[in-house]
Design a protein around this ligand. Structure first.
Ligand code: FMN
Length: 319
């Protein structure tokens, strides 16, 4: 790793190892890291954008934001003071953000717990148990989003019905789109790559009458139909604005919510379809009525642990 951030190469490596565990759409891992005099910089890797599902790069920005949060938390838990600045340099638009490292830091118990969850967090596309998420756990999730300046709107029963209808609508639009299907196919594989979604990460197929439409990543499990939880908990992550800066900050919040869920023993998967299809996204925003711009949606509940997906080696994403 090149550059000098005033800490050892081992500390930089610890941070980047945490960063790459972040979730990204179709596991594209759209990032590059550079340790320079100003800190560890995260660059958007434009060659890894999803041109069909994410033409504006909004979801790639969420992923880079999540990587920034993982670095900050891992550094803090390792005893380093760390701060994140997003879009620190107008002259370098590919530079999504930087983590500045300075001085020693006494980690809080929460930082230690969140850092411990980085490697245990996996998207879980399987059915969850019919066990309600209690109020303290719900509070931990919404507080995690608040902490990073975003908002997690946990949908009421009637809102969930309306959201689910939009989800099915968007899922239908995408599954009828040959370009979308081809792109998804490019990022889905049996398990022989260090990026993309391996077959082992797919879940079973919900019945066609199911409330929630889940993205079909294929794999052996997709051939089996299974009932999903009867009363799912769905949260929509929102931001006050809808600029690239908001997307990056939403990424930090998204990852903190996912780590807080992991700490609380909860699993999560994404329901991004209605946020990816623009006209449907506007309807989701209308449903939320003044509670912000939707950035992603999560299904949260108690499940058996999900499986890890691969990551490109640290050497391939640093320079
Ligand atoms: C912005 C964003 C949108 C995503 N949308 C979906 C989705 O709609 N359906 C899904 O099953 N997974 C979705 N994912 C999850 C990714 O496929 C997953 O993060 C990636 O495969 C890496 O796996 P991991 O989360 O288990 O580490 C999304 C992830 C991100 C960051």
């Amino acid at each position: 790793m090149t550059g000098d951030v005033g800490v050892g190469a081992d500390v930089v490596e610890l941070a980047v190892r945490a960063a790459v565990r972040a979730p990204s759409p179709h596991n594209t891992q759209p990032w590059e890291f550079h340790a320079g005099p100003d800190g560890i910089e995260v660059f958007l890797d434009e060659s890894r954008l999803l041109r069909v599902a994410d033409p504006g790069g909004r979801e790639a920005a969420l992923a880079c934001g999540a990587a920034l949060l993982n670095m900050r938390i891992a550094l803090e838990a390792a005893g380093h003071a760390a701060t994140v600045e997003v879009l620190p340099d107008r002259t370098r638009p590919r530079l999504a953000g930087v983590v500045r490292i300075g001085g020693t830091h006494r980690p809080t118990p929460e930082q230690t717990r969140l850092a411990g969850a980085v490697a245990r967090r996996h998207t879980n596309r399987r059915p969850f148990l019919d066990r309600p998420v209690p109020a303290p756990a719900r509070h931990a999730l919404t507080a995690a989003a608040d902490h990073e300046g975003a908002r997690l709107v946990l949908l009421s029963t009637s809102e969930l019905d309306a959201f689910a209808a939009l989800l099915r609508q968007a899922d239908h639009v995408q599954s009828e789109d040959a370009a979308f299907r081809a792109e998804l196919g490019e990022w889905t594989h049996p398990g022989d790559r260090s990026d993309g979604v391996p077959a082992s990460a797919g879940g079973p197929r919900p019945p066609s009458s199911a409330l929630l439409a889940l993205r079909d990543y294929g794999g052996p499990a997709a051939g089996r139909e299974r009932e999903f939880e009867r009363d799912p908990l769905v949260g929509v992550l929102t931001t006050a604005g809808d600029t690239r800066r908001h997307w990056l900050l939403a990424g930090l919040a998204m990852e903190r919510v996912l780590l807080a869920a992991t700490v609380a023993g909860l699993s999560a998967s994404f329901l991004a379809q209605p946020i990816e299809v623009d006209p449907v996204r506007r309807e989701v925003a209308a449903l939320l009525a003044g509670r912000g711009h939707p950035q992603t949606a999560l299904r949260i509940g108690y499940g058996y642990p999900g499986a890890a997906t691969p990551r490109r080696p640290v050497e391939d994403v640093t320079g």
